[in-house]
Design a protein around this ligand. Structure first.
Ligand code: CA
Ligand code: CA
Length: 346
């Protein structure tokens, strides 16, 4: 995963080679690793759905869930994890597919769109859009109409498995409590602290498949679009769960080959490896050394100093050290001469 966009080598790195015959020509500078300024986003490539451990009550509480396959989705884990993020978990049984989303949101359950009149605008407020490709394509937009604390689901179907739209649509309205048309159920529950909420969903397979019966060992695609918004346009969006080789989230609603897999596990209580974003955060915290590479035309004594963008000396790295002709690399630990770390970008 790319931790950051290529960093400019702003901050001139001045090199001097003292001595009469020492001239350094064409020094190549390489800023390797260490770019703490980049956002660390979750980059999910597959969600593990586990068998439901027992009857699942759709009430917004996840104490009846096996959450061992749960994954975090967030555009920038360092700055947004407690503001705009979601923990996604999936389960299944022979009749139903279950999705639980634990949202972080400073304004929980804020969707103002009445499904009776604005079924096509559910995406413009707090909601999830599941872009499913089983043996058919279905776009499940699921939200809570805040004014009535009412669950609402709108499904757009694809014309075929390669034509993501054009197959008609279906609106699931409340039939009572957290129950909806078509045998679906969806409950919402605010966190005690008021900074998030749970969205717990039960979708009968028959709403999202054509003929195929899904069971352990099967997989299908499900791109996830998370949306936050209070009024008539989302204020934040993040799309995640990408196909193995996909990295683009552009036009995610139609890019069905970019939607990532859901793997139906035979057993629950998974022990999954730490996600990539966690390793990226750890690597950022460790602040690995920056490598400065250069070539010498002949053996020489080299002095290397690092200046910031304003030309101020921050570190005298080496002074008149003997180096061989050819390629050389110096390592800089990112610290200034005063033993304080130099901020990224300086
Ligand atoms: Ca429950
Ligand atoms: Ca909100």
């Amino acid at each position: 995963m790319a931790l950051c966009s290529p960093q400019s080598t702003q901050g001139a790195k001045r090199k001097r080679a003292p001595g009469p015959s020492l001239r350094l020509l064409g020094l190549a500078l390489l800023m390797a690793t260490s770019c703490g300024a980049g956002a660390v986003q979750t980059d999910t490539h597959g969600i593990h759905a586990v068998p439901a451990p027992g009857p699942v009550v759709i009430d917004g509480k996840l104490d009846d869930w096996d959450l061992s396959g749960q994954v975090l989705q967030c555009y920038d884990v360092e700055s947004l994890k407690d503001i705009y993020s979601a923990q996604i978990a999936m389960m299944y049984d022979s009749e139903r597919f279950y999705v639980a989303i634990h949202w972080k949101d400073p304004t929980p359950i804020g969707n103002s769109h009445d499904p009776r009149y604005q079924a096509n605008k559910g995406w413009a407020g707090d909601c999830v859009q599941l872009r499913l490709k089983t043996d058919c394509i279905s776009h499940v937009t699921a939200w809570c109409y805040a004014a009535k604390q009412e669950p609402a689901i709108h499904i757009d179907y694809g014309k075929s498995v390669s034509e993501p739209f054009g197959g008609g649509d279906r609106l699931l309205l409340r039939t009572g409590g957290w129950k909806l048309d078509g045998g679906a159920e969806m409950a919402f529950l605010k966190d005690a602290g008021g900074k998030g909420y749970v969205q717990e969903m039960k979708l009968p397979w028959k709403l999202i498949t054509k003929e195929k019966k899904y069971a352990a060992g099967d997989r299908f695609s499900c791109g996830i679009e998370l949306l936050w918004g209070e009024a008539d346009w989302p204020v934040h969006r993040y799309a995640d769960n990408l196909a193995e080789n996909a990295s683009s989230r552009e036009f995610f609603w139609t890019a069905h080959t970019a939607w990532g897999p859901v793997i139906l596990e035979a057993q629950g209580k998974l022990n999954l490896p730490a996600p990539q974003w966690m390793k990226a955060l750890d690597a950022g915290a460790a602040q690995g050394p920056v490598e400065i590479a250069y070539e010498l035309p002949a053996d020489a004594r080299v002095t290397l100093a690092i200046d910031d963008a304003n030309g101020n000396r921050v570190r005298n790295l080496i002074a008149a050290q003997p180096r061989k002709a050819g390629k050389n690399t110096e390592k800089w630990d990112g610290m200034a001469d005063n033993n304080k770390p130099v901020p990224p970008g300086d």
